[in-house]
Design a protein around this ligand. Structure first.
Ligand code: FES
Length: 282
């Protein structure tokens, strides 16, 4: 671990020193886990107690004190997924990856873990790999998931890929529906918002298929441009709670109908997105 790197992460959060979780997220993004030395530097530099930092780092399952593999594979073993076969799926992953739940494969490619309910019980059994949700998984599907992960999960085929599924969303401020069935994108109702960048201000329609990054916009958005996104009903900016874990740009957040929050990066071309089905909502 390089102390200078941790200090530069801290510098990036200078205006937000009370936010421990974003700092831990950045450290984990850099090292793939939270090294003990990095947490000590964090304690020294922010005058927090090491006990408090470890309290947060061990409370959230998304943080790991042990080095993780390149891919994190989480099998939901909540009650609904359990009765639909999650234990068999876990065993199949263990057999094919030749490791146990909670461990990392010797080639450091996969970390396998079991998690509690992810809030998508009706779609279970659920497996999440590197933030990509797989629904209705059976033991035969385990081999396909591993194969796809090795091939690269970002290579998505909108129609054929079972990881891509529709979400219906509302404004996180006024709770008005953002769905626009009149103007489909990816042959599904689009998410209609207002986009602003430079001196341009116009409509933008996002794909409602989670995992697809297709969109249409009144104006061409240059690559890498960070766009401000507004609700077309209440005109509030749809600001997310965190920055993009991939590029650091602000995220927008929308409420998922049925429960949860979806966040999408505002930088054109960045594929950063997160779905938190436990994240409150209506
Ligand atoms: S029990 Fe698996 S998503 Fe709820």
């Amino acid at each position: 671990m390089d102390r200078g790197e941790v200090l530069s992460i801290l510098e990036r959060h200078d205006g937000n020193r009370s936010g421990l979780i974003p700092i831990l997220e950045d450290i984990q993004a850099r090292y793939n886990h939270l090294p003990a030395e990095a947490l000590t530097v964090l304690a020294e530099e922010t005058d927090r107690s090491l006990t408090d930092i470890y309290g947060v780092a061990t409370f959230y399952k998304s943080f790991s004190l042990k080095p993780r593999g390149k891919h994190l594979c989480s099998v939901c073993t909540g009650t609904a997924c359990h009765v639909r076969g999650a234990p068999i799926i876990t065993e199949e992953f263990e057999r094919r990856l030749e490791t146990n739940a909670g461990d990392t494969t010797p080639d450091k490619e996969f970390t396998l873990e079991t998690v509690n309910c992810l809030g998508a019980c009706a779609l279970g059994p659920i497996v999440v790999v590197d933030g990509h949700y797989f629904s209705d998984v059976n033991s035969a599907g385990v081999k396909r998931i591993i194969k796809k992960t090795r091939a690269g999960l970002d290579k998505v085929q909108v129609k054929a890929d079972r990881r891509i599924f529709p979400v219906s969303v509302n404004c996180s401020r006024c709770n008005h529906s953002l769905m626009d069935p009149e103007h489909p994108v990816d042959e599904a109702p689009s998410i209609r918002v207002t986009a602003s960048f430079g001196r341009k201000h116009g409509w933008m329609r996002l794909s409602s298929l989670y995992g697809s990054h297709n969109l249409e916009c009144e104006y061409e958005i240059p690559a890498d441009t960070v766009v401000h996104v507004f609700c077309p009903h209440c005109h509030a900016e749809l600001k997310g709670a965190s920055d993009c874990p991939d590029c650091g740009a602000p995220m927008i957040s929308m409420i998922v109908r049925g429960g949860g929050i979806v966040q999408v990066c505002t930088r054109r071309g960045c594929k950063g997105h997160m779905l938190d089905l436990n994240g409150g909502g209506f």
